[in-house]
Design a protein around this ligand. Structure first.
Ligand code: HEM
Length: 296
């Protein structure tokens, strides 16, 4: 594991957390009960979190290019100051145009978050952050798939990242709302909306994940023989734990909420936080997955 590899994995980790979190957080008020829209518009902490995530997505997109440039030129971080190297990177590499599009979308998200703070509306952020997430389809392993399955893989990737962002960012929103506004919220109604959206998100991400896994794995045996395959196995095990907690919330804790609001509310908050932490761990493995070679 080289220093460059670790730097690239770290940059990808920040990007994935920020872009997925921003998408899920901006989608949340669209399907949540009306009172949530008011809280979103008025709460300074939510506004600051969204600004921080949009900023982190933009900075990590720039950092991705700097680390990639350093590795391509072999000149280290100093190559970030080399205008000719940037020109080659943007215009002559296969991923240059995709990166430029991603950087433009990341900047658009920063501008929209800043504007949303003034206008008290986050409506445009959901489509803009969705486009940002999906734009990475041309930067990773999905871009390298050619032939008849290329379209299916890209569509699978799109479903996967949108489902992942909706689930993970939705958990971030729930963690925050249940921790800060417990007495102001109709928790039952909020959780019902989230679990309906969550079901769709999980279905999309499972279909997309399986399509991408099948496309990248050269053989069934490589799921245990390659580092990529083993990382994917651990990722799937963590997803099973996340699904277990989601089931516990939906089928055990939610029905008990009306009967035992205090104890079930506490258990529910804990369980949502644990599910969010598992989501961070899944995205950590995903950051590595994208830069490991599925074939070796
Ligand atoms: C059984 C469940 C899952 C499977 C089989 C799966 C599989 C995959 C595969 C094969 C890829 C492509 C990796 C590559 O390009 O090398 C991927 C990417 C991705 N996964 Fe998953 N995944 C699962 C669950 C999740 C979950 C729960 C999340 C988030 C909470 C998530 C977030 C992502 C993201 C954001 C990407 C895109 C990474 C990039 O652009 O490089 N995945 N997943």
């Amino acid at each position: 594991m080289t220093l460059e590899w670790v730097a690239l994995a770290a940059v990808r980790w920040v990007y994935l957390l920020a872009a997925a979190g921003l998408f899920g957080l901006s989608l949340f008020p669209i399907y949540a009960p009306r009172e949530i829209r008011r809280i979103y518009a008025e709460d300074a902490y939510i506004g600051a979190t969204m600004k921080a995530l949009a900023g982190a997505a933009f900075v990590s997109t720039l950092a991705w290019a700097v680390v990639t440039l350093a590795s391509l030129t072999g000149d280290g971080l100093i190559s970030a100051l080399d205008v000719a190297a940037w020109r080659v990177f943007v215009l002559e590499t296969t991923f240059g145009p995709a990166w430029t599009l991603g950087a433009a979308l990341a900047l658009l998200n920063v501008l929209l978050v800043a504007r949303a703070g003034v206008r008290k509306s986050f409506g445009l952020l959901a489509p803009a952050s969705a486009l940002l997430l999906v734009s990475h389809v041309w930067l990773g392993h999905a871009a390298a798939v050619e032939g008849a399955s290329a379209r299916a893989v890209k569509l699978g990737y799109t479903l996967h990242v949108l489902g992942a962002g909706a689930w993970f960012g939705g958990l971030l929103a729930l963690t925050f709302l249940l921790g800060h506004f417990d007495d102001l919220l109709d928790t039952q109604a909020l959780l019902e909306r989230f679990s309906r959206l969550g079901l769709l998100a999980v279905a999309a991400l499972l279909i997309g994940g399986v399509v991408n896994a099948a496309a990248h794995l050269p053989s069934v045996a490589s799921i245990v023989s390659s580092a990529w395959g083993r990382t994917l196995l651990v990722k799937m095990a963590l997803v099973v734990l996340m699904l277990g907690l989601a089931g516990l919330n939906r089928f055990v804790l939610m029905p008990r909420l009306r009967l035992y609001p205090t104890s079930s509310g506490k258990a529910l908050r804990l369980s949502v936080v644990a599910e969010t932490v598992l989501g961070v761990a899944v995205l950590t493995l995903t950051a590595a997955l994208g830069i490991l070679d599925p074939a070796s």
